[in-house]
Design a protein around this ligand. Structure first.
Ligand code: FMN
Length: 399
């Protein structure tokens, strides 16, 4: 049986040149057994008429907030309560801004506030608009709030420009809706480590590194969205703990290892993104050491190797590591994969622009223990998270 069978989907269509493609989406959803209620914005009506959708869905098409097709019900509240998914495709720059800031000045935006249904958004717009910082900020706000985006793709746009902004194709949009209805990682227990560790030298100084935690947090957030049961073990970062994940805050490598060992038996998949300090001061100075004229030599001792420890007792876990390297990326990553008994390593050249610490983007290569490789282009850390989790899901399915 199709996952869409008997599901109630609100399809919001906004004023984009790609609005005609929403007819195909409505048609495919209806054919798959969903009950589709189409909501058009006033501007969408300039591009496509309600008659098209009424014929496809065999249901009334909704436009005006003050229309009441059924006398005893307030339409937007009734629809909002019934919906399983609110899909907005195509989504204009305008609707993204309204959704991000909670504006409710028409039926679609009011519905979006009144519903608890999962939100899937497929934007379409000119490349310059899509890349505008205001739009990207709105996308970030909505993603953090749990919306599932189907990013626009590169191609020839209606305005003649070539670039990112074209509405994703219907199968990709339907797959996103399907994943929201039937989360692909439901029942999978994922342990993620993130951030740096701090190794105290005295009461006010420590050894650390510039890891922001963004990659690990993006993986934890995405895994929650895909239905996984997520535990995040994190070193000190400035990020908000991901909603829906159990977050354990630690400071040192030893504390991170302890937390991971405690959680290990309750995890199916471990994704270690934390940038763990390889060394710690052999002695921690009590209180703050006063500034003086003499040299201060700090003796460092190796920290426990968390991945190696987990790899040595791997059992049925899928163990994934990250290799941040500045040279010989793939060889070094492969050595780490083998020596630590990992299933997958994500090789990350931190010397490249847009990659590694503190950035919002990453360019990585996935290397599996069986020798297979997948090089991903530069993309947002959230997209990297999505690709990585999909690769892991395939591995789980193959078992
Ligand atoms: C021919 C034409 C094509 C347009 N295509 C898009 C588009 O693809 N994406 C977009 O964000 N805005 C596009 N716009 C601008 C929107 O229609 C405009 O911002 C409008 O206010 C959106 O209203 P809505 O979000 O309520 O539907 C287009 C406008 C015109 C005249």
């Amino acid at each position: 049986m199709s996952v869409f069978e008997g599901k109630h989907i609100l399809l919001g269509v906004t004023g984009s040149i790609a609005a005609y493609k929403a007819a195909d989406i409505a048609s495919k959803l209806t054919q798959a057994g969903a009950e589709v209620d189409v909501v058009l914005t006033e501007h969408a009506r300039r591009f496509i008429t309600e008659i098209t959708f009424r014929a496809i869905t065999r249901r009334p098409v909704l436009i005006d907030l003050f229309d009441e097709p059924e006398e005893r019900q307030i339409a937007h509240i009734h629809l909002a309560k019934r919906a399983d998914v609110l899909l907005i495709a195509p989504a204009t720059a305008n609707i993204l801004a309204k959704l991000a800031y909670g504006i409710a000045d028409d039926l679609l935006t009011t519905l979006a506030l009144a519903t608890q249904a999962k939100l899937v958004i497929a934007p379409a717009m000119n490349t310059v608009m899509w890349q505008h910082p205001a739009i990207q900020e709105n996308v970030r706000i909505l993603e953090e709030r749990g919306a599932r985006f189907v990013y626009p793709v590169e191609g020839m746009l209606a305005c003649g420009d070539v670039g990112a902004g074209k509405l994703a194709d219907t199968p990709t949009i339907l797959q996103a809706v399907e994943e929201v209805l039937n989360p692909p990682l439901r029942g999978v227990r994922v342990l993620v480590t993130a951030g740096p560790t701090e190794e105290p030298i005295d009461a006010v100084r420590h050894i650390s590194n510039p890891s922001s935690g963004k990659m690990g947090y993006a993986i934890a957030e995405e895994a929650v969205r895909q239905g996984a049961e997520v535990t995040l073990v994190t070193g000190p970062t400035l990020l908000e703990p991901p909603a829906g994940a159990k977050t354990v805050c630690v400071r040192t490598a030893e504390q991170m290892l302890d937390a991971c060992l405690q959680m290990y038996d309750q995890a199916d998949v471990v994704i270690a993104t934390a940038a763990v300090s390889d060394y710690r001061p052999a002695e921690v100075w009590q209180g703050k050491r006063k500034k003086g004229e003499q040299e201060w030599t700090i003796r460092l001792v190796p920290n426990p190797d968390i991945l190696r420890t987990l790899g040595a007792r791997k059992g049925k876990h899928i163990l994934v590591g990250f290799a941040a390297e500045t040279e010989e990326l793939l060889q070094n990553a492969q050595t780490k994969l083998r020596e630590k008994n990992l299933d997958l390593i994500v090789a990350n050249d931190v010397s490249q622009e847009g990659s590694g610490f503190r950035t919002d983007t990453n360019r990585v290569t996935l290397l599996w223990a069986d020798g297979s490789q997948q090089a991903l282009p530069l993309m947002s850390k959230r997209e990297v998270a999505r690709h990585l989790l999909e690769a892991i899901r395939q591995k789980l399915l193959a078992r």
